[in-house]
Design a protein around this ligand. Sequence first.
Ligand code: R5P
Length: 301
Amino acid sequence: MEKRIVIVGPSSQILGIKIAQELCVESLNTETKKFPDGENYIRINIENATLITGKEVIIVQSTGPSASADQNARLMELFMMIDSVKSMGAEKIIVVAPYLAYARQDKIFRSGESEFAKSIINMINYFGINEFYSVDVHNPVILNEFSCKAINIDSMKLLADYVKTLGAKDIVVVAPDKGAKERSHAFANHFGENIPVEIFEKKRDVKTGEIKMSSNSNLKDKDVVIADDIIATGGTMATAIELSKASGARKVFAVATHALLLQQAKYRIMKAGADEIIGTDSIDNEVCKVSLAKIIADYLK
Ligand code: R5P
């Protein structure tokens, strides 16, 4: 009997089943609800707990917000699934959370704030897992907080391979802020040698969240690929697109590993002049054009 089983969390239904198929192992789904007082409920769809006993259990649950649940609910569901498989006697617990909620709260910008990214990891540590996998974590250094093996998977090659199919010419990769510099250079290398990378200067007001961006780049007749880890409200991406267009860009592709697309993000980005928004299935929505299933499965093999 196969020793491994995949639990497909409610936030990663397509990605979870694809990972199970790549690994050729059985999968189980879940049922969820909210109690009238707002508490989360999740049950792994299993009739007999012995199906889990002694198994290596892979829980796939991205922790990004969506229309059906916010990140707090997704984290609670994750904790409850770990708790549940533990009580059913899982021998090894592997968590795959392609989007790690709260990862952007890794620094204190104003006194009185908390470095909550680390605390989230410590909560996962508390539940006791054996391995953790995420993708393009905002600041991968925070993974050092894990007391088990923790891997940050790089999706840049997959995203670049997708952009190549769109027929972009004279490519320039744009990093919308200094934080995206390294990632953008790595991304550019996937398009070939000597692909230029332009770093835009971004300042965000820590109180209001307002963004100011500047650049001296000349992007005349270039196809610009803007690569970021996250699109949340779309403010960063839309501003970078406007600047690229103002400096002459021909086409602009808005690429992010985790396209959360909150509020009016889609509208803002398209209105700014994007030709296409491209994300991965870390977030299950209409722009997830690149699947992480194979690369994640390869790490798990
Ligand atoms: C910030 O450092 C991140 O890398 C993203 O640029 C940011 O989180 C995007 O947020 P928004 O879409 O709200 O501008």
